[in-house]
Write a new protein. Sequence first.
Length: 143
Amino acid sequence: MVRPNCSLSWRNALRFYLGMITVSFGIAAGFAWQGAWLVLPFAGLEMLVLGAALYSVGRRCARWQLVSVCEDAVEVTEADAAAGRHRFSRAWARVELVPPAIRGYPARLLIRSHGRAVEIGDCLNEEEKHYLARQLRLAVEAA
């Protein structure tokens, strides 16, 4: 299973967010009490942006892929994707590490069969993609 390295769970992110709201609005209320009431809308905007950022990071961390190599099939199951399961015949499946078209971009690791392809490991660095490609080739090509 390929999963991004994220250590902030949804529950901990929510706790952090509520703590930041408390601190931010506490400080903003102090300024508003002193007559600088314009600080309150900016504190609200700041907390909305922080909430959107935490949600975006949380969604990215919830992504994963599971590659299963069985006797007759190679199956890729994805979380947080429209097409969650891809199944290829093991006899026809090919693991390809496609070099980037533009220098500096990452390579793409694909499993192909009969004109269909699915990219796996897009969150991995180059070294990890090469290692995963070797391991998958061995598993798919093993008799």
